[in-house]
Design a protein around this ligand. Structure first.
Ligand code: MN
Length: 297
């Protein structure tokens, strides 16, 4: 099943390439509630709700995807976990002396999440580059802690495309990755049963039609079972928690007016415009910085 969130926070199930069906009331969600936890509750309660959704879908009206604005599927997760340097080729381009399997992860704030129908808004960071990182997102489906590696499938709900946006520099990593709209996720969550083997997924990212990143999840340093197990070793994972699994080689700058396109096998694609915003200026990025990756070119 493909679970989307759209417009003012309504929950939909994508039924074909061009349509979704509104299931907001069917699953007992309130699109206007704060905090926005409707999709979290749907994920937590999915086993019970799934038969009800499947039975109702044929009788509910189709809504054209082109007429809706896709939002981030889970706007209020307990946490967004992100593994840095989890493809060897990206480690080489960044001249990083470590990899995710021995470095661990960092966190991105939930407030950085945005959706497939929303732009990435560049902060005011003169002299700095904001880079795209193309990533597979894992969405957790079940509360867990201290699981064995082979239990990973039991706790994964689904997958999505994710852009881990970042201001390049040497300052705190979380600070550089925390701006609003620096974590587009979407276009929706595809449940794990529709993905097959997630360790064989092709992922591509273009900027303005130019292919910048192309990888397969078989090349992950720390694989999907390993990432889930490592995160659950440290923290209780909750339904709706998101794991950004790391980016391959080819990261690079985006600027006002650019268009980022990301596709992953079985998960669909996002076309996200980049716009220059008017917020985000701080003393932290007062000094210019030339990332190593640019020096190498
Ligand atoms: Mn990343």
């Amino acid at each position: 099943m493909k679970i989307a969130r759209y417009n003012e926070g309504r929950i939909g199930v994508v039924v074909d390439a061009e349509h979704l069906v509104d299931v907001t009331e069917l699953v007992g969600a309130d699109a206007t509630a704060w905090p926005p936890v409707g999709s979290l509750r749907l994920i937590a309660d999915f086993e019970r709700l799934r038969p009800r959704i499947e039975a109702a879908l044929p009788g509910l009206p189709r809504i054209a995807l082109r007429d809706v604005t896709l939002r981030t599927p889970v706007p209020w997760p307990n946490k967004v976990i992100a593994y840095p340097v989890n493809y060897h080729d990206h480690g080489r381009e960044m001249q990083a002396g470590y990899r995710a399997d021995v470095q661990g992860f960092f966190l991105k704030p939930a407030s950085s999440l945005s959706g497939a129908g929303e732009p990435v808004e560049l902060p005011i960071v003169p002299g700095r580059e904001v880079h795209h990182e193309s990533e597979l997102a894992i969405v957790i489906g079940r509360q867990c802690r201290g699981i064995a590696r082979e239990e990973w499938r039991d706790v994964v709900f689904g997958y999505a495309c994710l852009l881990d946006m970042v201001v390049r520099g040497r300052e705190e990593r979380v600070f550089r990755k925390a701006f609003d709209t620096f974590c587009p996720v979407g276009p929706w969550i595809t449940t794990a049963d529709e993905v097959g083997d997630p360790s064989q997924l092709e992922m591509k990212l273009w900027v303005n039609g130019e292919l910048r990143q192309h990888a397969n999840t078989r090349d992950l340093v720390l694989d999907i079972p390993g990432m889930v197990q490592m995160a659950a070793a440290v923290m209780t994972l909750y339904p709706g928690d998101i794991i950004a699994t790391g980016t391959p080689a080819g990261v690079g700058p985006v600027k006002d007016g650019d268009q980022i396109r990301i596709t992953i096998d079985h998960l669909g694609e996002m076309n996200v415009p980049v716009v220059q915003g008017t917020l985000g200026q701080t003393p932290v990025f007062a000094q210019p910085y030339t990332p190593d990756i640019v020096k190498q070119r």
